[in-house]
Design a protein around this ligand. Structure first.
Ligand SMILES: [Ca+2]
Length: 249
């Protein structure tokens, strides 16, 4: 051991003992004290060097929130949104004003295109039964739709036709029918009385197709063919188109 270490150890020991036995002193009390007890012979040394800085302390507590700042500037416009759903239809508007009159139409078909009429009279007495009666006294047959040679009317235009006959009956009874397509459509019967002149008549509306034929004919056994005509008595068969059926043309 070095020769100088013994006094130094002594000083250190004294310093520890004094520190342990003396009460804590304020800064002012750290001034050199008069020797007391075992430290009577203590001699103050030179002040030591300043110590090193300690480690940084812990973070302090959060501060109080500051005052609310001023409102910022408006941001940029965002992208355009999707198209919305269709709304409910509105209430119907008021009625508009009448339009201008239309142009004049084209001329229609001539009405006489569908003419059909005849009126013919008996020229011979006692026609033969069971065949068409031929009326050869022509009152009107403008379209020649009544065939004098056959005694039949032929339909040229489909539609509704009116037929009538007014017959003078003399000397014999009359049984006569208006035929259509080989079948009797209506019947007329008149019984003749001696020294009298009778009349028999009939009329009917028939719808005819083009080509259909209509005529008068005595039916029975041939004894009822008393149709009569002379200069002052007529037996007349007539017919005409009442309505033309355009849909069937
Ligand atoms: Ca009679």
């Amino acid at each position: 051991m070095a020769p100088w270490t013994s006094p130094l150890l002594c000083l250190l020991l004294l310093a520890v003992l004094c520190h342990c036995s003396e009460p804590t002193h304020s800064k002012e009390d750290l001034q050199p004290l008069p020797p007391k007890g075992a430290c009577i012979n203590w001699i103050g040394g030179a002040p030591g060097h300043p110590g090193y800085n300690g480690s940084p302390g812990r973070d302090g507590r959060d501060g109080i929130n500051g005052e609310k700042g001023e409102k910022g500037d408006a941001g940029l416009l965002g992208p355009k949104g999707d198209t919305g759903e269709m709304g409910v239809p509105g209430v119907e508007g008021p009625r508009g004003f009448p339009g201008l009159p239309g142009k004049k139409g084209e001329p229609g078909e001539a009405a006489d295109r569908y003419r059909s009429a005849f009126s013919v009279g008996l020229a011979t007495r006692a026609p033969v039964p069971n065949v068409p009666i031929r009326f050869t006294k022509i009152f009107y047959n403008g379209q020649n739709h009544y065939d004098v040679t056959t005694g039949k009317f032929r339909c040229n235009f489909p539609g509704l036709y009116y037929f009538s006959y007014h017959i003078t009956v003399y000397m014999k009874d009359v049984k006569v029918s208006l035929f259509r397509k080989d079948k009797a459509a209506i019947f007329t019967y008149d019984q003749f009385q001696d020294k009298n002149v009778d009349q028999a008549s009939g009329s009917v509306l028939l719808y005819l197709e083009s080509g259909e034929e209509v005529w008068l004919q005595v039916y029975g056994d041939g004894e009822q063919n008393g149709l009569y005509a002379d200069n002052v008595n007529d037996s007349i068969f007539s017919g005409f188109l009442l309505y033309h059926d355009a849909d069937q043309s």
